[in-house]
Design a protein around this ligand. Structure first.
Ligand code: FAD
Length: 417
């Protein structure tokens, strides 16, 4: 396998470099370069406006949602062209975070399951950055065991009445729409009684409560539904087909997370290059070099595993469960790397104020975000189960409630601790 650009890829890279050079918001570049995993360091302008402006600029020039069909506002680019875009967009990619759930998960789900009227109404608005979408899947009783969710959708003349609660809903507080998985039939087995909808987040009866995080941010929320009405035209897939629809979303989620996971090696290397340890450059220290080598090996393993997956997709294969490897290895490597950077900072490692801490608390913020990375989109244990069962073919874990009607699964009575 060669990793050099083909002549067509080189031409694509040249074209997009020229476009970025002429159109990227360079006045924000220095600030965006300060952003790190878990911290969006834009202070001089409103981050929402800057993100929407950049998305609109890309859309108008045909550089939005590269992997989407042109009919919906994308570019119909190849998976390799998408990788080239990600390599070249650099710090400006931070401005796309607001749209990542919509573009990488909700949009592809709509493409696969919505009717033509819904697709043409919603997808171009998503590509332009006019709409922000969130994923309303997880609940207190339905996280890893997503099919255990309890939010109900009951038939209500021309539509559905929703009651229940979601949790950990990233960016719900900014969202216009959410992809909602709800239980429409509690009398059948848990995977079979689910239906998918998309919900206008400004509907009456929707209450959004932000959750304050350890790193000071508040990017996710609890979302409560009290008699929320959803028209039947906003159902995706058949009644009872929600599990299959959710698989489209989750497959795209793991693909998008695993394929571009950076563990922060370049940032750590830069930090070590400027660091003095006991009066000598840190890079001369054998122990430092050994740890750097260990991170470098994992960073390249992840890079080439992601490229292998992308190469398989470009040959027409579907993203498979092996994409779980990138997220599993990357998230824990990132956590270990951030911890090591703090060790190297000595006592300053405990500072968390960006005005006082080395490198504006870059690694501190990263360390505080990494536990969430090991949970979101599938915890380490769930990813290991997927790899064991679906990649290695090991026996599957016992799922005793799999074929039991949902309302017959024993639960602990309320208040019984
Ligand atoms: C940063 C972040 C953003 C998120 N954004 C969203 C979002 O936008 N929308 C959304 O719907 N959800 C979102 N989530 C929720 C996320 O999908 C869930 O947190 C995740 O699926 C785990 O579910 P849980 O938190 O209920 O943990 P649980 O499922 O209760 O798990 C608790 C522990 O038990 C372990 N465990 C559970 N089952 C098994 C098993 N079968 N075998 C072995 N171990 C097991 C888990 O690994 C974990 O350690 C987000 C989460 C985070 C951290």
């Amino acid at each position: 396998m060669t990793f050099d650009d083909t002549p067509e890829e080189a031409a694509f890279r040249t074209e997009l470099r020229a476009w970025l050079d002429a159109n990227a918001p360079k006045d924000l570049e220095a600030e965006l370069r300060q952003s790190t995993f878990g911290m969006f360091a834009l202070k001089s302008v409103d981050p929402m406006t800057a993100s929407k402006d950049w998305q609109r600029t890309k859309f108008d020039a045909g550089w939005a949602c590269l992997h989407w069909p042109k009919a919906y506002g994308g570019r119909a680019a190849t998976p390799i062209q998408r990788v080239i875009w990600q390599e070249e967009e650099g710090p400006y990619a931070t401005l796309s975070g607001l749209f990542s759930i919509g573009h990488n998960m909700c949009g592809p789900t709509l493409m696969a399951w919505a009717d033509d009227t819904q697709k043409s109404a919603r997808l171009p608005a998503l590509a332009k950055g006019e709409e922000i979408w969130c994923q309303l899947f997880s609940e207190p009783a339905g996280g890893s065991d997503l099919a255990g969710l309890r939010t109900s959708a009951e038939k209500d003349h021309d539509g559905w009445r929703i009651n229940g609660q979601k949790v950990w809903t990233s960016r719900a507080h900014h969202s216009d729409y959410g992809l909602l998985l709800a239980r429409t039939d509690p009398t059948v087995a848990k995977h079979k009684g689910l239906t998918m909808f998309f919900l206008d987040m400004r509907s009456a009866g929707v209450e959004i409560r932000p959750i304050k995080q350890a790193n000071g941010g508040a990017t996710f929320n609890e979302v409560y539904f009290t008699d929320v009405h959803i028209p039947d035209s906003q159902r995706l897939g058949g009644v009872g087909q929600g599990w299959q629809v959710s698989m489209t979303t989750l497959m795209n989620e793991r693909m998008s997370m695993g394929s571009k996971m950076s563990i922060g090696f370049a940032e750590l290397f830069d930090f070590c290059r400027d660091l003095d340890l006991d009066g000598r450059p840190a890079l001369d220290d054998r122990a430092v070099r050994s740890r750097l080598a260990s991170f470098a090996v994992r960073a390249s393993g992840l890079k080439y595993t992601a490229l292998r997956a992308i190469s398989a997709i470009s040959k027409g294969q579907n993203p498979g469960p092996e994409n779980s490897i990138g997220k599993l290895v990357g998230a824990s490597a990132m956590q270990e790397l951030a911890m090591y950077a703090l060790d190297l900072q000595g006592q300053a490692g405990i500072l968390e104020d960006p005005a006082l801490a080395p490198l504006a608390a870059r690694f501190q913020t990263m360390l505080l975000r990494t536990p969430a990375t090991r949970i979101e989109g599938g915890t380490d244990e769930i990813l290991r189960n997927i790899i064991a069962e679906r990649v290695l073919g090991l026996p599957s874990e016992l799922r005793v409630d799999k074929n039991v009607p949902f309302n017959a699964i024993p639960t602990r009575p309320a208040g019984d601790n």
